[in-house]
Ligand binder design. Structure first.
Ligand code: VAH
Length: 312
């Protein structure tokens, strides 16, 4: 059985769908802190608070998962508003899941890290797998700590926990949750609705990004790779494409010629984005498990506009 904790989120929603396709709907148990908006009686779902060890214990006893995907987290922008909660959820939630995965003999665990683990003194361009890492958001600090904990549980206890440093992820099916890269999603909704968007990052803020289909496919390829192939047990660098809001606006104008973008100049998310890499080097993932992105900026823009214009 496959268990997903945090299945209502932007990534969890699509990872759950992909896992159901792969393993069968009855073998994938979804869970989150509250019921999903559109609940489907055919889909096994449980309300789980990853910080409630007792109910988590009962959950593991009931389902005895062979694989666990822990997607519950508080992202960068929200985490700066609630730092203690972000630390607690992101770190103690991970520890709870790793301990129970050990206790119940779970075969494989997936836990997402983020390019937010890099900081002001990390190289900005083609940031390498191993690098100076001085994150200064609670989210980034918690993800860096989580990477160290995952590597420790693998090294000391042999737990097969695997991780990817996701860049900003762009998707249209489920709303993003409080991230700094979310402008790259909001912009499509605003462009299609109002033909104008006020971006909370400056036009020249380059960030590494990944289309959701690439992120989900990469996650499943990593989870299927033989353990012997994996040289990284902290978290793999991964990226699809790097672009700035200005570059994205130019690409959108190929579909919506009159689209206008404005820039806010004092949003707190700018200070967060300025500490992150402009681009990422992901050769370890390419060498160890054959990673290769399929969606470039033009593909992402085409996908987002095609799929959103019918929904808006
Ligand atoms: C965030 N979307 O903005 C997340 C992600 C690299 C960015 O971690 O916080």
């Amino acid at each position: 059985r496959i268990v997903i904790i945090g299945s209502n989120g932007q990534i969890g929603t699509e990872l759950a769908a992909a896992l159901r396709t792969k393993f069968g709907i009855k073998h994938v148990i979804t869970s989150d802190i509250r019921a999903p908006q559109a609940s489907n009686p055919d889909v096994p779902f449980e309300i789980i608070d990853v910080l409630d060890r007792k109910s988590l214990h009962l959950f593991f006893t009931k389902y005895r998962p062979t694989q666990v995907y822990l997607l519950a987290a508080m992202l960068s922008a929200t985490g700066e508003k609630h730092p203690r909660q972000a630390w607690d959820l992101n770190v103690n939630g991970l520890l709870n899941v790793l301990d129970l995965s050990l206790e119940y003999g779970v075969n494989k665990v997936f836990w997402p890290s983020s390019i937010a683990v890099f900081g002001p003194h990390s190289p900005k361009v083609n940031t390498p797998q191993y690098s100076v890492m001085d994150p200064n958001t609670v989210y980034g600090i918690s993800k860096l700590a989580g990477e160290r904990i995952c590597e420790y549980y693998h090294g000391r206890y042999g737990l097969d926990v695997r991780s990817i440093r996701y860049p900003g992820i762009i998707s249209w099916k489920a709303a993003p949750g409080g991230g700094t890269t979310d402008y790259a999603i909001h912009i499509f909704h605003e462009a299609l609705k109002n033909n104008i968007y006020t971006c909370f990052l400056s036009g020249d803020t380059a960030l590494p990004m990944l289309y959701m289909d690439d992120a989900v496919r990469g996650t499943l390829v990593l989870m299927d790779a033989p353990a012997s192939a994996l040289s990284v047990r902290s978290s793999y660098n991964l990226t699809g494409v790097s672009f700035t809001p200005a570059m994205l606006a130019t690409e959108i104008r190929k579909h919506l010629p009159d689209f206008i973008i404005n820039y806010e100049t004092h949003d707190p998310r700018q200070a967060i984005a300025d500490t992150w890499p402009n681009s990422i080097e992901d050769s370890a993932a390419r060498q160890d498990w054959g990673w290769k992105p399929r969606f470039d900026l033009a593909d992402i823009t085409e996908e987002m506009i095609t799929n959103l214009k019918d929904n808006i």
